[in-house]
Design a binder for this molecule. Structure first.
Ligand code: ADP
Ligand code: MG
Length: 225
């Protein structure tokens, strides 16, 4: 599904050039559940933003389903992003002034679904994350774990081809983290491809492949069983 070939990326400032991704080669197959680990500042977020079509300023080739990302216009890329990727972040990134239902609907509005279909989809994913009763609440009325479940509902509502999760349990206590990771594992067993950044060794046991990143390089790839 994803094929990165010799990816290099630099951040330029007046004082220095930072070689943030250094010759990354990576293939992701549909159905994988990948953990990415590495020290803070090693380039993990930069790498997954690139994977999620947020960033197209890089050298090298990114093939998504056999097509070169560099060939798409920004508009096409936004549309591919909306259709293909779901994002989950450490701080949930929900919009506090919108209800749970409105937050989840956001990605659907871009895809031009009818209001009736939107409502159906929102109910479907809320049921999936077990929070149907929170449909009219605001994010701040929910616990951290519940907010993250809503963020996951938003990430899957468009039936994405893969999910990118940047330290999704970083702000949660250990039991809530386990619940969230079990939920990701369940989604993965239903066929959703997941790429997850973590600091925590224990998270790896939920995944089926581990990629270690250091100084912008992939230093180790391990297949877990
Ligand atoms: N927009 C940016 N401009 C300049 N430097 C950046 C930017 N984003 C990240 N960096 C730098 O790139 C390096 C890698 O960052 P990041 O990908 O966020 O690492 P990680 O997620 O592994 O902590 C860090 O040194 C960071 O300071
Ligand atoms: Mg990061």
């Amino acid at each position: 599904m994803i094929n990165l070939k010799n990816i290099n990326k630099y951040y330029y400032s007046e004082e220095e050039t930072l070689h943030v991704l250094n010759d990354i080669n990576l293939n992701v197959k549909a159905g994988e559940f990948i953990a990415i680990m590495g020290p803070s500042g090693s380039g993990k977020s930069t790498l997954i933003n690139l994977l999620g079509f947020i960033d197209k300023k890089f050298e090298g080739t990114y093939l998504f389903e056999g097509r070169k990302i560099g060939d798409y216009s920004d508009k096409e890329l936004s549309s591919i992003r909306n259709q293909s990727v779901g994002f989950v972040f450490q701080n949930f990134s929900l919009i506090d002034t919108l209800t749970v239902s409105e937050n989840i609907e956001l990605p659907l509005l871009y895809s031009g679904l009818s209001p009736k279909d939107c409502k159906g989809r929102v109910l479907e994913v809320l049921e999936k994350v077990g929070l149907q009763d929170k449909i009219n609440k605001y994010p701040k009325q929910l616990s951290g774990g519940q907010q993250q479940r809503i963020a996951i509902a938003r990430a899957i509502v468009n039936h994405p081809k893969f999910i990118i999760a940047d330290e999704p349990t970083g702000a949660l206590d250990s039991q809530t983290s386990k619940d969230i990771l079990s939920f990701f594992q369940k989604l993965n067993r239903e066929g959703v491809t997941i790429i997850l950044v973590t600091h925590d060794e224990e998270t790896v046991q939920y995944c089926n492949r581990l990629i270690k990143v250091r100084d912008g390089k992939v230093i180790e790839e391990e297949v877990l069983t």
